[in-house]
Design a protein around this ligand. Structure first.
Ligand code: NDP
Length: 336
């Protein structure tokens, strides 16, 4: 199959720092970018050698492209992704897919009706470390799973302290930004999310926008015929010196992954059972975003599936929105 030709919707940091390189590494061509600002579009196009730049989404959709990558601010994803799907383009959409379950469901349904690939750019489910954790759990290595814990508390880089922190900006806040990623890891590992309780606060002195920058969440998962599983997450923009991690505890063992929740592939996976602790070697040589792009290309070619499908993105959003609702209402939120 010839190289996929891509259009970028959003002159974003993540497009510039990660995804343009990953598209090229997966064999694709980036044809151009659409931004809300002509200057930002031209700047991104110039700095990455893209032939076209526009502020008109219809113009981008009229270019000779097969797929779009949507990395605008969160509130714009739904409308832009749907317009691209209606124009016959495959879509790789940043998380969260939308700001409501109804919108994300409509997006997933539209992709199905159009016969197009829709994937969420969750970079963690495709990580070889997380794939190994799922393999160990599914093989019964730690017995029956009881609980899991994610530490995903980081320091938000200064350059990103804009719309994410705006209290009145739709789609802002730590839960849609980070808890959403945690759910993309926990959902395929633990089963169906059923109930979510969360507390979220604003901590940072530099958080002028006033939006919640730290949250702790508990999620109950169920699998048919098995006992319920509890998962706990700590997500923050305010913690400068912690390592991220994933722990999964079972009746016969524990899996711990340090550096599990970063944008880099490397991490250390330790399995502890009655026989003792052992480090499990995992090949972490490939960039996480390149892994995601290669999986997307294979889905378009019909030879594989996305690292996180549109439906996976929808399920991650359900958990994040339930956490947000719980944090605001002070009640446990049940997911149907
Ligand atoms: P950015 O703030 O860099 O970009 C988001 C949008 O903000 C851009 O599309 C751009 O709009 C606008 N923008 C960028 N710079 C400026 C500026 N100087 N002044 C005014 N507006 C500006 O955000 P991120 O790249 O961090 O995030 C983009 C999306 O990607 C989000 O949905 C986020 O959730 C997701 N993301 C995903 C990650 C992952 O690992 N999967 C990691 C980081 C982010 P315009 O296009 O109109 O120019």
């Amino acid at each position: 199959m010839p190289a996929l030709k891509w259009g970028l919707i959003g002159a974003s940091d993540i497009a510039s720092t990660r995804v343009i390189g990953a598209i090229r590494a997966s064999g694709g061509d980036v044809v151009g970018v659409c931004s809300g600002s002509g200057a930002r579009a031209r700047e991104l196009a110039t700095s990455h050698g893209l032939p076209h730049a526009t502020t008109d989404l219809d113009e981008l959709l009229g270019w000779d492209i097969d797929a779009v990558y949507v990395s605008s601010t969160n509130a714009l994803h739904f409308e832009q992704a749907c317009r691209a799907l209606k124009a016959g383009k495959h879509v790789l959409c940043e998380k969260p897919l939308a700001l409501s379950v109804d919108d994300a469901t409509a997006m997933v349904d539209l992709a199905g009706q159009q016969g197009l690939v829709l994937a969420a750019n969750h970079h963690l489910p495709g990580s070889p470390l997380h794939a190994k954790v799922r393999e160990l759990v599914n093989a019964g290595t730690i017995g029956t799973v009881l609980s899991a814990k994610i530490a995903h508390a980081v320091l938000l880089p200064e350059r990103l302290r804009g719309w994410r922190l705006g209290q009145s900006t739709p789609g802002s806040g730590v839960i849609l930004d980070i808890t959403c990623h945690d759910a993309s890891v926990l959902n395929p590992l633990l089963g169906t999310p059923r109930a979510v309780s969360a507390v979220a606060v604003q901590q940072a002195d530099w958080n002028a926008g006033g939006q919640e920058d730290s949250a702790m969440t508990v999620i109950e998962y169920q699998r048919p015929g098995q006992r319920p599983v509890l998962a706990q997450t700590h997500d923050s923009f305010t913690v400068g010196y912690a390592k991220t991690s994933l722990e999964v505890h079972g009746t016969e063992g524990t899996i711990q992954v340090v550096d599990a929740m970063t944008q880099e592939t490397e991490g250390q996976l330790v399995l502890t059972t009655a026989s003792g602790s052992q480090t499990i070697d995992v090949d972490c040589s490939e960039d996480l975003y390149v892994i995601g792009l290669r999986a997307f290309v294979s889905a378009v070619e019909g030879t594989g599936v996305p690292a996180a499908s549109g439906r996976d993105g929808l399920m991650a959003l359900k958990v994040a929105l339930a956490a947000q609702e719980s944090a605001h209402s002070g009640r446990t939120v049940h997911i149907n």
